[in-house]
Design a binder for this molecule. Structure first.
Ligand code: ADP
Ligand code: MG
Length: 266
């Protein structure tokens, strides 16, 4: 008996098609991320560590994806590749229709600044600068005028509900508020992807929920979000959950499927 054709199985087919189509063929603009059989190996004292062993991943614009997996499964390695901080040992990576797997470091840095907003576990804010100044920083590097910087930074802070804390310094803000400043800073360049590596790793569970609500709100407004986490409760907020194991994708499910499985496991 053949499986019924559901919207979900059609989705899977479209993803399979784009990741398995001929190497070198540019995906259409609906796909913000396409990796084809990417690997990354590290050499450590004469030994080769295979951190990623052939990852096929296709992410559409406006998706909210959690990348999960145990420690050492390759999450950070994949995030560094997706975020253009690193290039694969083999395979292809297409970001917004551009093949970045073969770019020079300079070209990679340009694509990274334009396309990717990073959020880290440690918020990485300048301690002596106000929230507004912290958020303005990427625009300073981009050479934007002072008035325009302030306007855009204030707008990004409004998006994370921090409009009333713009002149506060990090030590005058709660952990959740600091992470929201970091999210605003990641958004100020209007990147195609918001990429977060363990964004709640330094936060208590109540504050983590606060940050998850921020991501959910951004996803609802159409921001593509990729979040790396090892915590199932955090991953459960995403609309799609990709699980890595030993450097390959072990499962790739809708958030609903992941949550129902998580419920059964309890
Ligand atoms: P995760 O983020 O899921 O914990 P990582 O991507 O950090 O996993 O690591 C995957 C594997 O690659 C691990 O075995 C790790 O020890 C190894 N690894 C990661 N970065 C390096 C590196 N720079 N040099 C050597 N080995 C590394
Ligand atoms: Mg990691």
């Amino acid at each position: 008996m053949s499986a019924p054709v559901t919207p979900e199985s059609l989705t899977v087919t479209a993803e399979r098609r784009v990741v398995t189509s001929a190497q070198g063929s540019a995906p259409d603009k609906n796909w913000v991320i396409v990796t084809r059989a990417i690997t990354r190996q590290y050499e450590m004292g004469g030994e080769i560590v295979r951190a990623l062993r052939g990852v096929d991943l296709a992410v559409r614009r406006n998706e909210y994806v959690a990348i999960m997996g145990p420690s050492g499964s390759g999450k950070s390695t994949l995030m560094n590749l997706i975020g253009c901080l690193d290039t694969p040992s083999s395979g292809e990576y297409w970001l917004n229709g551009q093949q970045v797997s073969k770019m020079t470091d300079d070209a990679l840095a340009q694509v990274r600044n334009k396309e990717i907003g990073f959020v880290f576990q440690t918020f990485n804010l300048l301690p002596r600068a106000t929230a507004l100044q912290n958020v303005e920083l990427p625009l300073v590097y981009a050479g934007i005028s002072s008035g325009e910087r302030k306007r855009r930074a204030a707008e990004a802070l409004e998006k994370v509900q921090l409009g009333s804390r713009m002149t506060h310094k990090p030590n005058e803000l709660s952990g959740g508020q600091r992470q929201r400043v970091a999210i605003a800073r990641a958004l100020v360049n209007e990147p195609s992807i918001l990429l977060a590596d363990e964004p709640t790793g330094n936060l208590d569970s109540q504050t983590s929920e606060e940050i998850m609500r921020v991501f959910e709100g951004l996803a609802e407004q159409g921001q593509t979000v990729i979040m790396v986490t090892h915590e199932p409760d955090i991953a459960a907020h995403a609309r799609r959950v990709v699980v890595l194991r030993d450097g390959v994708i072990a499962s790739d499910d809708s958030g609903d499927v992941f949550r129902s499985r998580l419920g059964q496991g309890h």
